[in-house]
Write a protein that binds this ligand. Structure first.
Ligand code: GDP
Length: 567
């Protein structure tokens, strides 16, 4: 009563050939359609084939498969990548891959996953279904780590010492208002231009290069410590040397002190330019004395600060100043490896009507080339053209060179690092990732250096210094507050006043605090409204007190970790 292959085929409504293929798939050895079949084999086959027929009728799986296939081909033209976290709801996934949620649900059921529209499915399941629609799914976490690693690699300051070559110094001019910062910068540029290339047009790109004894010096065009510190608050430090301009007829003024403290907080050496020496009232000796009180001791008094008397107006002392800058630069042994992927800092950026986003970067490592794929903050792109400070189109920019670049997707913030990455695709990916991250960060409005957070950091051993900025209504209180707070230093935490002054808490104080991870203690003074806004944005902890004892109590509590959380 054994059944032959052709008989079974007839029974199942298929050709003998089809049945034989099926049998081979099941590893049943059959040579001819005249062969007889074992009972078990017959049962198995009948079951299998009926099941297939069933599912064909119910789910219409064949046409679905071809639907998916069509969709996939359609998508593949623009290589779709979606980013998801550990979990995602069916609805959100459907949105992301642009399919009807019900369709997605049946797709999931086919995979054996029962999920309602608002239910979450895990990353792996989401990847599998999404790939059916031609989407590549990337994990936000994994990619973040990956990109952070790329950034770390890019930042890695450990260039082999053998690869390092001298680079020009980058200088910022600082000082009190009206002491002659702008005039000095002008004088420097003019003396230099007339000597080298008369009539040469200097282009404003945010920095200028001058050549002294065949050596280059780069000056940042925006004088003052505000720009300097706001860059630092973004984690960028480009300045190697600060030139502190002090008018000899006016002496040390509040912003002079600010500038000193900002430069010191950044560990940048200071060269003093005692300006306006052409004036009858000029008193350079007084300037020296006043600066000595702030820790800038001239060499002839046993210190190591270089003082150069100048007149920006009469163009006196400019060459000496430039030579001193080179001397200090030489002592600093400023070096960088020019033979690697470039990394730099954006010092200025704007949207140009005709040219799109333009940004000036100072190259800090490596060589930047036209055609390089770059990333700066959330801006990315391929460098279309580069222009130097003389308005000349160039193809390469080596360390310390300021260049204007064209080709970014958007205007980056000043202070943003610029990196060269493998290719456009990677640049875009990193930018997208950063945007996503920014969004989540904006949601978490955590304070940058709140006293509460401080204790956490102390515990973890992340913080050794508690930097504070003291502002008070009268000079007498400053000293009292400073001393009282600094006395709270323990073996683990050193309380350090990085800046102090009389008057309201200003934006400049906030930027310094942000750049130096400091908190601000105000004594009988309040922040100005713009400073308050900035503090919120920069997440700087500003604490104001009327009674010194309360300030002491708070700081002590933070150090000891007993501070009540603030609401
Ligand atoms: P900034 O606010 O520090 O940039 O100062 P400016 O460069 O704008 O200069 C302020 C004023 O001081 C201007 O009127 C300048 O002409 C004047 N000034 C600058 N340098 C000198 C100088 O060396 N001698 C004299 N007599 N005046 C100067």
């Amino acid at each position: 009563t054994k059944i032959r292959v052709y008989q079974l085929a007839k029974k199942l409504g298929m050709s003998s050939k089809e049945l034989m293929t099926k049998l081979h798939e099941l590893d049943v050895n059959i040579e001819s359609h005249m062969n007889t079949l074992e009972d078990e084999v017959v049962d198995l086959l009948t079951e299998l084939i009926n099941e297939e027929k069933d599912s064909k009728g119910k789910n219409n799986s064949n046409s679905k498969k071809s639907n998916v296939k069509d969709k996939r081909e359609e998508m593949q033209t623009e290589k779709n990548i979606i980013h998801i976290g550990k979990k995602i709801t069916v609805k959100d996934l459907a949105d992301k891959i642009k399919v009807n949620p019900t369709q997605l649900i049946s797709q999931l059921i086919a995979l054996g996953v029962m999920a309602a529209i608002n239910q979450e499915i895990d990353f792996d399941t989401a990847s599998i279904v999404a790939s059916e629609y031609g989407y590549e799914v990337k994990s936000i976490q994994v990619e973040e780590e990956e990109n952070e690693k790329i950034e770390e690699d890019l930042l890695d300051f450990e260039d082999d010492p053998e690869t390092l070559q001298p680079r020009p110094p980058i200088v910022t001019v600082m000082g009190h208002v009206d002491h002659g910062k702008t005039s000095l910068l002008d004088a420097i540029r003019k003396t230099n231009v007339t000597a080298r290339e008369a009539g040469g047009i200097t282009q404003h790109i945010g920095a200028s290069t001058v050549i002294v004894n065949d050596k280059k010096i780069v000056f940042l065009d925006t004088p003052g410590h505000e720009a300097f510190t706001s860059m630092r608050a973004r984690g960028a430090q480009v300045t190697d040397i600060a030139v502190l301009v002090v008018a000899a007829d006016d002496g040390v003024m509040p912003q002079t002190v600010e500038a000193i403290n900002h430069a010191k907080a950044a560990n940048v050496p200071i060269i003093v330019a005692v300006n306006k020496i052409d004036k009858y009232e000029a008193n350079p000796e007084r300037v020296k004395q006043e600066l000595a009180e702030h820790g800038l001791l001239p060499e002839e008094w046993g210190g190591d600060t270089i003082f150069v008397p100048v007149s920006a107006l009469k163009k006196q002392g400019i060459d000496e100043l430039l030579e001193m800058i080179l001397l200090v630069a030489e002592m600093q042994e400023l070096k960088a490896n020019p033979n690697r992927k470039a990394m730099g800092t954006i010092i200025e950026a704007k949207l140009d009507k005709g040219r799109g986003p333009v940004a000036t970067v100072i190259v800090q490592k490596g060589t930047l080339n036209v055609g390089d794929a770059v990333i700066a903050g959330t801006a990315h792109g391929r460098i279309r053209a580069m222009i130097d400070d003389k308005g000349k189109r160039i193809k390469k920019a080596t360390p310390s060179m300021p260049v204007e670049i064209l080709g970014l997707s958007e205007v980056p913030d000043a202070g943003e690092h610029l990196y060269v990455v493998e290719n456009d695709k990677k640049a875009r990916e990193i930018a997208e990732n950063r945007k996503e991250k920014l969004r989540t960060e904006q949601l978490k409005a955590t304070q940058k250096v709140s006293l509460d957070a401080l204790f956490e950091q102390i515990k973890k051993g992340e913080v050794k210094d508690l930097n504070i900025i003291v502002k008070a209504d009268v000079k007498g209180s400053i000293e009292a507050v400073k001393q009282a707070l600094e006395k709270l230093s323990t073996d683990e935490v050193k309380v350090k006043t990085i800046h102090s002054g009389v008057g309201a808490i200003t934006e400049s104080d906030i930027m310094l605090a942000s750049a130096s991870n400091a908190i601000i203690v105000g004594f009988n003074v309040r922040p100005t409204t713009p400073a308050m806004d900035l503090a919120k944005r920069e997440k700087v902890d500003v604490r104001t007190y009327r009674i010194i004892y309360n300030a002491i109590e708070d700081i002590e509590a933070a150090i000891k970790g007993m501070l009540e959380p603030e609401y």
